[in-house]
Design a protein around this ligand. Sequence first.
Ligand code: C2E
Ligand code: MG
Ligand code: MG
Length: 739
Amino acid sequence: MKQKNGILLTAVIILVSFVFIITVATVFNNIRNNLSSEVISSLEEEVEQNISLIRSEIEDKFVVLNSLAKELSSDENEEDAVDKMRVFEEVYNFRRMGYVNLDGIAKTTDGYEEDLSLTAIVEEGLAGKSYITTAIEDVLDDSHEKINVMSVPVYDSAHNVKGVIFAEYDSKLFHDLIFSHSMQREGFSYVVNMNGDIITSYGSDTSKDLPSIFSYTDNPEASDNGLRREVLSNMEAGIGDSGIGPNSEDTYFFYCYKPLKIESVDVQWYVFSVEPRDVLTRRMKPIMNDIQYLVIIIVGLFIVANLIYIYYNLKRRRELYQLAYVDPVTGGDNFAGFKQKVKELDNKSGYIVSVDLSEFKLINSVCGVEKGDEVLSEVWKIIKENCCGEEICARVNADRFIVFFAENKKEAVVLRLEHITRQIQTLSENLNVPRLFPVMGIYHTDSLENIDRCYGDALRAKSIVKGRRDKNYAFYDELDHDAIAMNQKLEESFDKALQNNCFEVWYQPKFDAHTEELVGAEALVRWRDEDGSLIPPGRFIPLFEKNGNIIKLDEYVFREVCRQQKQWERQGIKCIPVSVNISRFSLYYSNVVDKYKRIMQHYEVEPDCIELEITESATIENTEIAKLIGQFRDAGFKILLDDFGSGYSSLSTLNQMHFDTIKLDKSLVDFIGNDSGEKLLEFIIGLAHGLGIKITAEGVEEEKQVEFLKQLDCDDIQGYYFSKPLMCKAFESKLERRD
Ligand code: C2E
Ligand code: MG
Ligand code: MG
């Protein structure tokens, strides 16, 4: 599960990162494309603008030259013509001007006289055509500076060519004039003719020797040959184009070329502009910076969100782990945590011990749940401290603990458990709670693979010593499997037995100690088995106290006794009180007083005919029980404290709870004959009488016991000496009739 979540989280992170990278790449690409389009369209605009500028500049100059030519048509004198041209030269910023006669001899405004008959300007001019050169070297003054020369023919009055005038521009001046408005940019522009010869150029590369635009295209190895071919064929077709250079290493990345036609002179030129990729990079930089910050912020947020998610996930896991594996009362492992740790033990052999505290419920009800929790926590600490190395322990639930001892010998386990028992017992004094008595079942296992089964067997072993006072631990191999099966059978057949009236109420008479007259009886239940044999209460009552059936059984006996008393009354038999045993578990049942009162009213029995016996152990420091006893007494019942002296030192309870009678346990009666035991009996009887409480001695079997009890002024005697418990009919025969 954990691994699955991890894979899922990684997949989500990868997916989100992937989507993010794709998005950023797409945005980046879009921006790049948009900026590229922008650069191209500004290039196009610029080319357009330059075309119109160049066109008007050249047209204007030709208008000027033509009007001068017209003016010179009437002038016969070449010197005068040159003089006139000087004015034009200055006004129109020409480098020089000149007049060429029909012999091809040129006279210039700066005094040169040169035969230019073989130059295109003269040849074209004499042929009656206007002409403009590419950027050529000035050969007249040997400066070799780049110049452009424009020429027009001069006609005489008969409209015959009589000469040619020409004007020279510094190419530099020319391109400044043309491109002075151009945006500041990295690239450059050329005006070229169809041969690729440069008319003029502008841009970062113009400081170098002006190359032919076609020098870029002459290398057949170059990767952008395709583009060159396309450019040439477009130029031949007289169309332009723009776009991005195909070669990514090409510094001049963006290009635009458009045809430039000039009316005055029959030339077909092209304006060719390029921009390096740096322009794009530079334009993208601020946007990229913004995107970079945005990406950093988003990635940062993503990381923070992930960290928060991981933090809360870990926290939640820790909480879930706590809930799943940690016991809130002890802070140690719970059973699930124990099972997890067992898995890490690699199937060790050893002993699984189930520990619980006898009568722990009493601590909760007597001292409160908080104190109960404190006891559990302290018990856990003791158990934990007694584990060493790989040994582990946990609280399973309520007062149940499980321990794994990595021991090989039974004797070693016994020693360790006895040590734990002693430590737990001293706890009761330290915490000021009723006596703590740990009960333990032990199961030896060679493998911890099936821990539930091991624990179940340890629990079964514990049932051997449950309720015993002489021993508090038992090994699984001591189990009487027949008895377990029998217990199971008894538990399962309870409901059916109750329905079929298999429970019989027997009566053990009670006698006045002095007159030895029959004064009462105790109702004692027996289970008549299918084969007719009797099962004694000691065999099934502890079982029913465990599974809760005792509540139904006590009520059944109580009903039976009420019904019987009513029947005896109807038969004219004198009523003597019959006491009914009520288990402490029946007392915890809510509304027990009301319920018993209603049953009694239902059978119309007088309350003084029924008495209730409550065992001593139920009464220890229990304010709830004290309240119940008060309510029962208010309802008219007499309350007898059963098994007094059987183990719980509870003389103080005589002060706190109001009993009508104390029943001395057989173990006390058996003290008769022993000096200090007799003194204890004398003290108890004296104390009870002092408090107005009657005494009934139980389990009296011998005459000397009867005699001693008479001497101590004991009130009633119940025991085999006078009578064993009797079946209803046998007991009935002993009852007196009313007069
Ligand atoms: P208990 O209430 O203390 O009852 C007295 C027990 O002592 C009875 O055992 C009785 O047969 C036995 N007894 C009486 N005199 C002598 C004697 O002189 N010598 C010896 N050795 N024993 C004597 P029983 O009937 O086996 O009952 C055992 C216990 O079972 C009772 O002890 C009582 O705690 C419980 N019990 C019996 N019937 C009921 C019942 O209906 N409800 C509840 N909750 N418990 C019952
Ligand atoms: Mg009794
Ligand atoms: Mg008793």
